[in-house]
Design a protein around this ligand. Sequence first.
Ligand code: ATP
Ligand code: MG
Length: 515
Amino acid sequence: MSDATAKKEERRKFQAIKGTRDIRPPETALWNRVEQTAHEVFATFGYGEIRLPIFEPTELFARAVGGETDIVSKEMYSFPDRSLDAPAEILTVLELSTYLSGIHSAIEDGEIRRTEQNAKVIDRFLKEWEVFPAELKKQQGVVDISPLVPRLYTLLRAAQDVFDSVSLRPEATASVCRAYLEHGMQSLPQPVKLYYMGPMFRRERPQKGRYRQFYQIGAEVLGGTDAPAIDAEVIEMLMAFFDKLGLQGATLYINSIGHNADNCRRGYIEKLRTELAKIKDNLGPDSQRRIDTNPLRVLDSKLESEQPYIEKLPRIADHLCPDCAAHYAEVKRQLQVRGVLYQENWRLVRGLDYYMRTTFEITAPGLGSQNAVCGGGRYDGLVELLGGPPTKGIGFAIGEDRLILSLQECGKGQVQQGRDVYIAWMGEKAYAAAIHAAKDLRKAGFSVELPPLEQKFGKALGQADKLGAKYALILGDNEVSEGLWTLKTLSTGEQAKFPEPDLLEFLRQQKNVSS
Ligand code: ATP
Ligand code: MG
């Protein structure tokens, strides 16, 4: 590296990776309010919070979300879980043998999991290893390992591939179902009602309301019955949450996509495919491809030129089996009973493979084309797909980033900013009093700024203004010796003197009046 390049490197400014961002104060206060509201509202419906790992075996998502979906095939951040690193450069026989026996014991101890993907390589590794250790040991200190080289390569290559692929989670439903099984939650009173919040990762094209690290708040109801009341209550809870946040203009869309049987969705998909084949030439390349892979997803298309054709396609509502039709009708009735307004949208299909029957989506204003703030639906087959018993399931995931954007757009994004009290102090004695005052005020729940260095009162008051403080507490040596403290209300400029104990009482009262 030349000196110039080295200098450049040194000066390089780091930036957050494309599609990720820092959420900073004061906006984080809004995030906290949203999350706190979720904790409160979901608790009133009897949900408990589950905290899940950020990464899981890739296989879990491949199985649950579906290997054919964009999420799994294109958007996941996957990497080998490489806890043992191969020696970087010169492979001395000793290093090599340490590395390989490390892999060997990791397999033996189950630290390297045996999966469908790596089973073959593990077997090959173990077979090669069996004939190796003795010879490797014999080679210690001896330079010539050339007769062993080809087999060493086989062994090394196998060693690289035994590591399980793990992925940053693109969504959390799969993890919740995994946890439900792993912890035997089937034996708890059913259904089990869980919610989660946290970051998800998808390598998508970043744009407004679409990020590579984004945040979801979601809930799942697992086990027990699939009574339509469950579906309706999940949606009711969601709307209660949005309501409590003051989100305006949210619209709930619902649909039923039936279940996977010839007299229901499967039959419908065949009809759809036949009709799509007839209009194939009028469709764009994505939709053309989906005629074979996933015809339902054609209904999702936003491509303007396709719309008149899609509108004329057969609708699933006319092809539901009697049970699914009755379930859907009852969900709608129950939503009415609960006073939840909805619109039916026959083109609403979920992007993930495991959904059935009730599907829903909520859109909110101010988001441009990324206007879905929540997607959800029933997924009765998922737990079984993950190796569990047949289990009913329904849930939703809210896009928190978009929810926050929409709250800001509709004027509900304000959060209290600034400090309650800025303490302007001058003098040694005053500083000691200020430290005590800050301690008492903070204990009483006020946000207090205590400047670390002495400043002239004029400068201090300017600083208090800049920080958006409500009050300035002025403490000079005079005030301290008189025992009368000066409180200035910064919005009006009013000033009043209080004996110390009355001051706290006064601030308390003011706070109660304003909240
Ligand atoms: P979209 O059609 O907007 O891509 P999706 O069908 O991929 O959504 P889901 O997997 O159902 O979305 O996730 C639920 C919610 O999570 C979405 O309604 C959206 O609000 C949010 N969401 C999904 N992907 C992103 C992303 N990349 N950035 C921000 N929010 C997202
Ligand atoms: Mg998407």
